[in-house]
Write a new protein. Structure first.
Length: 219
């Protein structure tokens, strides 16, 4: 059964050779060869046969001459095939890692950013965060890209906190001016925030690394 998709991919490759040349042809052919190599070693589980048959059906639709001229449809189909590999192999754990790193980064960013950047900055990211969360759950590539956009801000906020940790008394004094806590409570809160900034830096880097490494999971 797996050979059915391989035959479709081979036919698509032949059509691409006719319609495209140069870098576009090379790009598509490289993607197809990588996908075909992976599928040649995959045994499709029975529970995923509907998805597999859908890939074959969509591939045959793509082979129509009018569709082969649409680069976006070709790219989308190849991303769809690459993403389905993770399901067929039962390897969806990277999605959980990405989601956890994203949520942790967002929560810590919301908590730590107001201290140095005011409350407006976190509020600006509320809508993008929800859009990214929704998109990543559905494994949409645009959702992942929106989600990764929080990484630079997470790294910025965390490095500011870590840098200022060397002036601990200044942090405590600034927080004491904002919060009606005792000196001991303010010091403990400052330490907690500094530790959270280190975690924020780690989660931001983890999110970026995982998003790049497992981007093929997303369509």
């Amino acid at each position: 059964m797996e050979k059915d998709l391989l035959l479709v991919l081979e036919d698509i490759k032949k059509k691409i050779d006719k319609f495209y040349d140069g870098k576009k042809k090379e790009k598509f052919n490289t993607q197809i060869e990588e996908i075909a190599k992976e599928y040649s070693n995959i045994e499709i589980p029975e529970r995923h046969m509907d998805t597999y048959e859908s890939l074959i059906k969509k591939g045959k639709e793509l082979l129509k001459e009018s569709n082969m001229k649409d680069e976006k449809k070709i790219s989308y189909y190849l991303r769809y095939c690459a993403a389905a590999e993770f399901d067929f192999k039962g390897n969806v754990q990277p999605l959980n890692l990405i989601m956890k790193a994203f949520l942790l980064t967002c929560v810590l960013f919301m908590v730590l950013a107001p201290q140095y950047f005011g409350p407006i900055l976190p509020l600006i990211f509320v809508v993008p965060i929800f859009m990214a969360l929704r998109g990543m759950k559905k494994r949409v590539l645009n959702g992942l890209m929106i989600g990764v956009s929080v990484v630079p801000m997470g790294i910025l906020v965390s490095t500011v906190w870590i840098k200022n940790a060397f002036s601990f008394n200044t942090i405590v004094n600034n927080m004491a001016a904002q919060y009606p806590f005792s000196v001991q409570m303010t010091q403990n809160l400052a330490i907690a925030f500094i530790l959270m900034s280190a975690v924020l830096l780690g989660s931001s880097i983890t999110l970026l690394y995982s998003a790049i490494k497992y981007r093929k999971m997303f369509i």
